[in-house]
Ligand binder design. Structure first.
Ligand code: ZN
Ligand code: ZN
Length: 303
């Protein structure tokens, strides 16, 4: 059978195609080639302009955030989809995910990639103040660069896609383990003033919207950035060893309204889990104030 399109002139084919699309899609379909020529996508990780968009049909930039496919497709596909909204094809493979086998408490990934999850030597020896800590990726290469772009280079637009990835990890990992309150790990006032934003808050601020999108009524948590406060100014933790970090940060947090967290299951959210000293200090303060359980979710963790 001869396709009707083949008998039409090129401009008529284009018009026909545009008419068949919903109004919003038709505009972006027309606009896409001009947009790509005028404003080629730029990788937010390495800064190069490239000609690869993750989904030439509709996905671009932060529009990917409004696409609910992350929750409809296998996680790995959804993750690639969101990573592709800000990273170029060269940077994308540098985002190494954390996968089993891992320690069920601190979430450290065991090398080799075989066998069941099991306690790491540190968690076997010590009782942690938090219940479980999980991270999305390994704190090196892609994830490290993404965190640095967000935190130190002021690329706060990364907060949305990274926050969406974190939210989808939360949905998977805490699916049968609901939490009452989400607390982004606070910065002290001096650091907040210097940086101008708290990266942990940027990562969770859109979660209520994503929760509504998933249609999950059991995700009825509150997000609070005023319950836990950082009371002391610690010098930069970068380059410090495990013991020095723990000593520097111990008692650095206080719970402002203990009544709010009493009996609650809390999820702490932060950008990076390195030695776990911050998680430990926050969880200790919250449990002392009466929290029933404190878990931790970060974008990345050290291997
Ligand atoms: Zn790149
Ligand atoms: Zn462990």
């Amino acid at each position: 059978m001869i396709r009707r399109e083949s008998l039409m002139r090129p401009h008529a084919v284009l018009l026909e195609k545009a008419r068949s699309l919903p109004a919003g899609k038709a505009v972006s379909w027309w606009w896409a080639p001009f947009r790509d020529a005028l404003f080629p996508p730029r990788c937010l990780i390495c800064g190069v302009f490239h000609d690869s968009r993750p989904d030439p049909d509709q996905v671009r930039g932060t529009d990917a955030m409004d696409d609910s496919r992350l929750f409809k497709t296998p996680f790995a596909d959804g993750m690639a989809h969101v990573l592709g909204s800000f990273a170029c094809p060269v940077c994308m493979p540098e985002f190494i995910p954390i996968a089993s086998p891992l320690c069920p408490v601190c979430g450290v990934m065991f090398p080799g990639g075989q066998g069941p999850d099991h306690l790491c030597p540190a968690c076997d020896k010590t009782v942690r103040a938090f219940g479980k800590a999980r991270a999305l990726g390994a704190y090196e290469q892609g994830w490290m660069k993404a965190v640095h772009r967000l935190k130190y280079d002021g690329k706060i637009q990364l907060g949305r896609p990274l926050g969406l990835l974190l939210f989808s990890a939360f949905c998977r990992i805490w699916e049968t383990d609901p939490v009452d309150r989400i607390i982004p790990v606070p910065l002290n006032r001096r650091r907040l003033k210097e940086r101008g934003f708290n990266q942990a808050w940027l990562l969770v601020r859109d979660w209520p919207r994503y929760s509504r999108k998933t249609g999950r009524p059991d995700f009825e948590y509150r997000i609070s950035d005023d319950v836990l406060v950082r009371t002391r100014w610690e010098r930069s933790q970068t380059g410090l060893g495990k013991k020095e970090r723990a000593a520097g940060i111990r008692d650095a947090f206080a719970v402002k309204s203990p009544a709010k967290v009493k009996g609650e299951r809390i999820l702490l959210v932060d950008d990076v889990h390195t030695t776990g000293a911050t998680a430990e200090a926050c969880a200790t303060a919250l449990t002392r104030a009466g929290a029933r359980q404190v878990d931790v979710l970060t974008l990345a963790r050290t291997l």
